[in-house]
Design a protein around this ligand. Structure first.
Ligand code: NAG
Ligand code: NAG
Ligand code: NAG
Ligand code: NAG
Ligand code: NAG
Length: 369
């Protein structure tokens, strides 16, 4: 696992938002990324839909698993109790869960997020009616410890997500941002079915989760130099490891740099995006693979008995996308320093052959971790 994280860490330069200090006052200029990330999402969705024909019940039904997880964890942390049993839809009580020890500022934030997450479960149940699956068995206790020990290549570090502000925000954020990318992915899937009410639900969930994740990132950014004593690293270093694991668990997004650290290219990265400042999507399979720790049967970590609904396993993780498109999606900026030097609509050639670098990175990554 450490080898994988190290391999991913050298996948630089990253095709994220504009590098700090570049091109001041000018629009993003001369990025070769273009529409490649959006075309990759388009291809991934079409491939999965051609084969599986996921209905909105399948898609929103998948989302309810993650919403149950986030709502239940956030609700315990904020209020010391889980959401209303009706919203579990007959699902079992979670493993773990208690009131987190929070400062007044983070307590208020925890409460807002918990209310919104509970609302997310509620609206999906309303949209799907009797077709909505129950919440699955949730682990909101040791699953975090398993995640972070894997991220750090350790096996015995104790992690209490309810211990204090930092542990809570790091734990909440770990789930939330995966949800944000998954909601964006499901938005595109539901678009193929054409029910605009459901598209609006999924798009609104993506927006909400994205706002929440960015707020978490900003809280963590302000405290980036603090030590996380469990792993004796700074918050920034902790985020590097967390992000590398989430990236690695989505093998296809292991090629597309979807999961990004808190500090990138030497500066702030509160809104992780492609080179044009546009947020990125994951498929349900990629989301699931992160939450279950890469387990092929879809059971593990946060969902020890698996998830409910039609989408139950992380296969296929890796849609068939041309290497050249992946290379474009990861292409670096050509930083232009003076006004008017380059028309912002022109695409400069990559500074290096991104395909070759990506292929060599992938060949040095283990196939599981
Ligand atoms: C679209 O989905 C909603 C549930 O979100 C449902 O109430 C509505 O009947 C669906 N519309 C059509 C045309 O099927
Ligand atoms: C975990 O195990 C390692 C290696 O055996 C050891 O160095 C470390 O002190 C242990 N950490 C904890 C928190 O027990
Ligand atoms: C964090 O550390 C960096 C580098 O030492 C320093 O420039 C920055 O001001 C520090 N920020 C905070 C919020 O402590
Ligand atoms: C924690 O890390 C710092 C900096 O990397 C190091 O100097 C220190 O010895 C470490 N402390 C422990 C208890 O491992
Ligand atoms: C980049 O490398 C790949 C793999 O070796 C190769 O197929 C491709 O033609 C190269 N692209 C350019 C623009 O040189």
């Amino acid at each position: 696992m450490l080898a994988a994280a190290a391999a991913l860490a050298v996948l630089a330069p990253l095709a994220g938002a504009q590098p700090p200090g570049s091109n001041p006052g000018l629009p993003p200029s001369a990025t070769a990324t273009g529409l490649a990330p959006q075309k990759i999402t388009d291809m991934a969705v079409r491939q999965l839909q051609a084969k599986n024909h996921y209905s909105d019940v399948d898609l929103l039904g998948f989302l309810i698993n993650g919403e149950c997880l986030e709502a239940t964890f956030d609700s315990y942390a904020a209020f010391g109790t889980g959401m209303d049993p009706v919203l579990f839809g007959g699902g079992p009580p979670p493993i773990g869960g208690r009131k987190a020890n929070l400062s007044p500022e983070i307590q208020a934030w925890a409460e807002e997020v918990a209310r919104d997450e509970i609302g997310h479960v509620r609206i999906i149940r309303e949209a799907l009616g009797a077709d909505a699956p129950p919440c699955p068995q949730l682990d909101i206790d040791k699953a975090f410890e398993k995640f972070f020990n894997t991220a750090f290549g350790t096996s015995n570090v104790t992690w209490d997500p309810y211990k204090n502000d930092i542990n809570f925000v790091l734990s909440m954020f770990t789930l939330e941002e995966v949800g944000a990318t998954g909601d964006q992915g499901v938005t595109i899937f539901t678009a193929t079915n054409g029910n605009l009410t459901n598209v609006a639900v999924a798009a609104g969930l993506a927006g909400s989760a994205g706002y929440q994740s960015a707020a978490d990132r900003h809280i963590l950014w302000l405290r980036r130099n603090e030590t996380v004593p469990e792993f004796n690293v700074t918050v920034t270093e902790f985020m590097d490891k967390m992000s590398a694991l989430r990236q690695f668990r989505s093998l296809y997004t292991g090629k597309l740099h979807i999961d990004q650290p808190l500090e990138m290219m030497g500066g702030i990265n509160v809104v992780p995006t492609d080179g044009n400042g546009v947020t990125l999507a994951r498929t349900p399979q990629q989301v699931l693979n992160i939450f279950v720790g890469g387990s092929a049967d879809g059971k593990g970590w946060f969902f020890p008995e698996g998830v409910n609904g039609r989408i139950k396993t992380p296969e296929p993780l890796n849609p068939d996308v041309p290497q050249e498109l992946l290379a474009l999606a990861n292409a670096p900026y050509t930083v232009v320093q003076s006004a008017g030097a380059v028309n912002p609509m022109t695409v400069a050639p990559p500074l290096f052959n991104a395909t070759e670098q990506l292929l060599s990175t992938l060949s040095s990554s283990p196939s599981s971790g």
